[in-house]
Design a protein around this ligand. Structure first.
Ligand code: ZN
Length: 148
């Protein structure tokens, strides 16, 4: 990768542009997701970047219209999508909590919703992997974390 001539922040943001495309209308959620992606190990970043079916997207709840879930175009027969669906609430909640949720969901995606090493439970595996990336599960009441 060429270094030095371009603004490093712009280069980093550009690296994840495709993955974060859907989140552009929500600058806070976009930035929070970018900040998590940036600190992931290189092999994890590459796993996401090299899978054209992988990206981050959002679910939007509107009381009048019900749920709208945006999904990528499915792959061929037998190919599942690897899409991390984030709640728009993560745009407004406590930043530390948002970062953990995003890291936890990315961990599920990296593990293909499976286990990690000796951990077979997918939820425990995602928590453990997210923690290894620097995003331990926040303690305390989730009700408080959802607040700003
Ligand atoms: Zn989970």
């Amino acid at each position: 990768m060429a270094e030095g001539e371009t603004d490093p922040n712009a280069a980093v943001a550009g690296k994840f542009d495709r993955l974060l495309h859907d989140l552009q209308p929500w600058p806070v959620l976009f930035r929070r997701s970018l900040e998590v992606l940036q600190v992931l190990p290189e092999d994890v970043q590459q796993d996401f970047l090299q899978d054209p079916r992988f990206r981050l997207t959002f679910e939007d709840y509107q009381p009048d219209r019900g749920w709208t879930l945006w999904l990528p175009t499915p792959g061929g027969p037998g190919e599942g999508t690897r899409c991390v669906v984030l709640r728009l609430r993560l745009n407004d909640c406590h930043p530390e909590f948002a970062a953990w949720v995003i890291a936890h969901e990315l961990a599920h995606a990296f593990l293909r919703n499976g286990g990690w090493n000796e951990i077979s439970d997918p939820e425990e595996a995602a928590d453990a992997l997210a923690k290894s990336w620097g995003f331990p599960r926040p303690s305390g009441s989730w009700r408080n974390w959802w607040k700003r």
